[in-house]
Structures are given as C-alpha cells and as structure tokens.
Design a protein around this ligand. Sequence first.
Ligand code: AMP
Length: 246
Amino acid sequence: MESPMHPAQMVSVRPVRKTAAKPPVGMVLLFGLPGAGKGTQAKELSKMWGVPHISTGDLLRINVAHMTPLGRAVKNIMDRGELVPDSLMKEMVEARLQKSDTARGCILDGFPRTLDQASWLIERLTTLRVSFPIFAVRIHLSRNQLLRRITGRRHCSLCQTTFNIYENPPKREGFCDLDNTALSQRPDDTEAIVKKRFELDAALTAPVIEYFRTRTQFIEVAGDGPVGSITARILAAVDRLSLVQA
Ligand code: AMP
C-alpha cells in the first residue's frame, strides 16, 4: 500500500541536516476519517520524535471552552459537524506554527481538510524552505468500525482521558477511572452528526489526500489492531521512504 514517490514529486524541502546539534525531525500530516485514530497516533509520534502534536480540533475546542472570539464564532459550526471556514483555520494554524517549538517539525492532526488549506500549507512550507521532511499519513478503517468507535467515545473533562464504552469501558459506567469525574460525549460524536462528517470528509478531504499523494511522501496504513502496531506500521513506512530519499 505504501508507495514511495519519486523525489521529484515531493515538496521541495532542504535535505535533513546531519550535523546540527538538534537535527530537524519531520512533519507528519495525519489523515483519516473521524475515529480512525489520528489523535492517538499523533500523540505517540509526538512523544517519539519530540515535536508538538497540533490538533486543530483540540485547538478549536479550547477556544470554545474559553469562549474566545474564535470559539464563539465556531461553536455552532462544530456542533453541527460542519467545517470551520478556511480563513479562520489558516489564521489559527499560522499562529500555532509561528511558535518556536515547531522548528524541528510537528504532527498535524486534522489539518489540512480542504484543498484551500492544503495549498496554503504547502505554499507556506515551500516559501519557508523548511529543512525537515514531510510525510502525509492516511489511516484507513471501515466506516462501520469508525462509527462504533466514535459513538462509543466518552471523555473526562478534568484529565482528558478518553474511554470507549465498547472497546475500553471505564470501570464504573459513566465515570472516569482516574478522578471519578462524570464522563461526557462530544456533541459531534452522535451517529447523525458523524454520518454528516463522513459525507463532508468524502467531498472535501478525499481530494486533499489525492493532492498530497503526488506532492509529499505519502503513506497509507491500516488502522485496525493495537495502537502500538499501527504506530509501528507508520514508522516502518517513514523509514522506507527516508531510505528512498537519502
Ligand atoms: P476533529 O477533532 O479533528 O474531528 O475536529 C472537530 C471539528 O473541528 C470538525 O468537525 C470541524 O468542525 C472543526 N475542524 C477541525 N479541523 C478543521 C479543519 N482543518 N478545517 C475545518 N474545520 C475543522
């Protein structure tokens, strides 16, 4: 499934510097339908590579929770399962990418989701002549598996632990194992909204995946099985592509 691209088809980036004290690591753009495990894999890769995990969904939810002007502008859009306008997304991501912790790369989770966001990102990275490699990773899982995963998700608002009532239930139904806080469901994790998010994804994000297939190093992995084996699949593909590029 993982098909190495010819270097000429990749984004024009400087090769990895081998002598720097803290060498550039890389940027991963994670794709997959809601529930495919992007967030979980992003956290794993972020820990391993020592680069930040940037989840646009999380950034937006923080803004909603704090009732910032951005949060107020996007709350209803998110609750309906629709996409936030590109202009707001680009502004928010630009502000985050400006922070110095992204100098060695980052794991982008949930962005880009439209062709406009994708071309903006590639243009930005090309203009900046970033010195790390870029990998687009698509995690694939069937819609039925995804639906079960998402509608079963429950969150602890205090410690942010996520449970799943089918696959990883809390010991006491409805309450967090760690701090006993009542668990909640994201408003956009209901079946009707999830189906809408799938449709939007097919219409808007599928073309983005095609866009990256020909412009960056593209990796496709199956999203079933234990978390560790999915991470291992991604890292093996990254290694193979890095060898091709070297
Ligand atoms: P997520 O947690 O990634 O599933 O995102 C939750 C919601 O945040 C989405 O359903 C959208 O409403 C919004 N969102 C997150 N990332 C983006 C993006 N790149 N473009 C537009 N809307 C987004």
